[in-house]
Design a protein around this ligand. Structure first.
Ligand SMILES: Cc1cc2nc3c(=O)[nH]c(=O)nc-3n(C[C@H](O)[C@H](O)[C@H](O)COP(=O)(O)OP(=O)(O)OC[C@H]3O[C@@H](n4cnc5c(N)ncnc54)[C@H](O)[C@@H]3O)c2cc1C
Length: 558
């Protein structure tokens, strides 16, 4: 049974394994703003155990609340929020629930302080355009694919703004020109060839290139303050796309959750998904734990479709579901730190996001960059992230996370991936051991006259990379994202970290395609209303690309 064939009509109140019928529960969402309309079933308290322990041992009180819904989304980050609002738009009568373990939405990787806020469109991130040494050509395919996905996000956000489901765009998205900066003959040559290759592509036609010092000074004054630009000095070059963006994904997540609730979705904070069981009819029972005054505080909710958008913790929860598709997957967390400047005189001189070249062994998205940011409405500059290692999958989770996911089926792939990425290990160790002075030196590559007193340090979120089985290499470390779903489409989760929040709308579409294939034709008109380029490539049609980008830029005020 696929999830879309599972009864997505209102299902009647169900009893526990067909025994004592529960009292009727009202499944109507209503408009009262109250989160739950439900009644409690019979609790069977576990005598003699300390609260919490019984749940871990599986001998705790039976869940006190049982509820049938249409869709369960685990995690209140950008991914679940986006899928949640999409579903409310496509199927307004479905009962969709989001459960989040923290007190508010968008507080983990999606929080503005925990990520770099780049609207990744591959305009300046050099790792998306590898230089093929054999052909001497720059490979633009990955950059184009990422840009297409970001245009999908822009269109969906513009739709939500137009529908007044999102407030003024300035609260979550702002223009920040995207620049790439290279120095030295070899790197300058790479940047020029990259520019020449990308400039021909419709989605990149606004890109500019320069080696002219005055032009660079005008674009990015901080880059040249204190730099030797005399004749004979090392050559430098920049590319720029004026219409790059800085996105406060944390604020956007909170806005989207509000829209989800306004559309009738139910969002419940302080509620942790703990375990999963699939019934013979294909529906999933999810046991949730809520911090409240009841004994045990557990609740059981059942739905024909579950999405796990638990960020780094998704791997742990997918393993708990027991779906075979998660076998062979492991996950490797990389922590990070940003340098942060809030001195208004410096911040005013830096409206851009500037990316440079990666060091040997650096994970692609840990290439330090100098980012103009607006987080919670506050302008600042963040530099980094400096990568590091922490065994946690979330900033706020346990140090035993990595160990807890080791299984017989992923041990060898994880070990193989680790051995093949020793340069990454060395890089992480170097970053971990880097002193304050070394971090300042890295910053001085971008701002030669940076002063230590202007820069503080802040912890970024956890980026959890995928490790998985590979037929040729036994195990590989993968830096992208991957939607993993059960064969029947009823259980699905998102693994991986980058390009991340920028492509959250495309991730939502991928989940819909994977898990509701027979619904897609019926949803097509609404999907095209929300995302006019849905199902098409903008890069293949220059006129359409121009029109589309101009339209979203106008609505999003960027
Ligand atoms: C340093 C860094 C820089 C980044 N830079 C960028 C960037 O510039 N641009 C970009 O697009 N992306 C960037 N990303 C990636 C981006 O932040 C993430 O891809 C995105 O935020 C992931 O969203 P999510 O909803 O999957 O996860 P999260 O935002 O982590 O949300 C997951 C939620 O699930 C909750 N949860 C976990 N377990 C449970 C449970 N058992 N029950 C209930 N709830 C649970 C968590 O509390 C959390 O709120 C960056 C990430 C990092 C760490």
């Amino acid at each position: 049974m696929t999830s879309d064939s599972a009864s997505f009509q209102r299902v009647s109140t169900w009893d526990d394994q067909g025994t004592a019928p529960l009292k009727a529960m009202s499944m109507d969402r209503g408009t009262s703003g109250s989160i739950y309309s439900e009644e409690t079933g019979g609790a069977s308290p576990c005598m003699g155990c300390f609260d919490g322990v019984p749940r871990m041992l599986g001998c705790g009180p039976a869940p006190t609340v049982k509820e049938d819904v249409d869709v369960i989304l685990i995690g209140g980050g950008i991914m679940s929020a986006t899928l949640g609002i999409m579903l409310m738009e496509l199927e307004p009568t479905w009962r969709v629930r989001i459960y989040e373990r923290l007190p508010s939405a968008g507080e983990e990787a999606s929080n503005g302080w925990n990520n770099a806020g780049t609207g990744h469109a591959a305009l300046c991130e050099l790792n998306y355009t590898p230089d093929n040494k054999e052909t001497g050509k720059i490979d633009c395919s990955k950059a184009i694919a990422i840009n297409e996905k970001f245009q999908v996000s822009r269109q969906f956000w513009a739709y939500l703004v137009k529908e007044k489901l999102l407030p003024t765009p300035k609260t979550f998205i702002n223009r920040a020109p995207h620049m790439a900066f290279c120095h030295g003959e070899e790197h300058v040559d790479f940047l020029r060839r990259r520019f020449e290759a990308l400039k021909k592509e419709p989605l990149f036609e606004e890109m500019e290139f320069t080696t002219d010092i005055d032009q660079i000074r005008e674009w990015a004054p901080l880059l040249l303050q204190g730099r030797d630009t005399s004749k004979g000095a090392e050559p430098i070059a920049c590319t720029r796309v004026e219409q790059g963006t800085d996105v406060d994904y944390g604020t956007l997540t909170k806005h989207i959750v509000r829209a989800f609730i306004a559309k009738g979705g139910v969002y419940q904070a302080n509620t942790t998904a703990e375990s999963f069981k699939q019934d013979p009819d294909g529906r999933w029972r999810v046991i949730l734990h809520k911090e409240d005054l009841s004994k045990g505080g557990t609740k059981e909710v059942r739905a024909p479709f579950v999405f796990i958008g638990a960020g780094g913790a998704t791997i742990q929860l997918l393993q708990k579901t027991g779906i075979p598709e998660i076998q062979g997957f492991g996950a490797f967390p990389i922590s990070g730190q940003f340098l942060c400047c809030q001195n208004p005189n410096i911040v005013a001189k830096h409206p851009n996001k500037i990316y440079g070249m990666a060091s040997v062994g650096a994970p692609p998205m840990s290439v330090p960059h100098l980012d103009a940011r607006i987080v919670d409405g506050q302008p600042m500059i963040l530099f980094g992230p400096f990568a590091g290692f922490s065994p946690r999958y979330l900033k706020t989770s346990s140090v035993t996370d990595v160990v807890s996911t080791i299984r017989h089926h992923n041990l060898i792939p994880m070990a193989a991936a680790g051995l093949q990425n020793l340069d990454l290990t060395v890089y992480l160790a170097q970053q971990l051991l880097a002193t304050k002075d070394q971090k300042l030196e890295a910053l001085k590559e971008f701002i030669p006259d940076a002063r230590p007193e202007d820069w503080g340090m802040t912890w970024a979120g956890q980026r959890v990379q995928i490790m998985k089985k590979d037929p040729k290499k036994v195990g590989i470390l993968q830096f992208g994202t991957e939607v993993v779903s059960s064969k029947d489409g009823s259980m699905c989760g998102l693994l991986g970290a980058s390009p991340g929040a920028s492509i959250s709308v495309q991730v939502g579409l991928d989940v819909l395609k994977n898990c509701f294939p027979s619904k897609m034709a019926g949803w097509n008109p609404k999907l095209r209303e929300m995302i006019p380029s849905f199902g098409e490539s903008l890069n293949n049609d220059a006129a359409k690309a121009r029109m589309n980008m101009a339209f979203t830029a106008k609505i999003l005020e960027i």
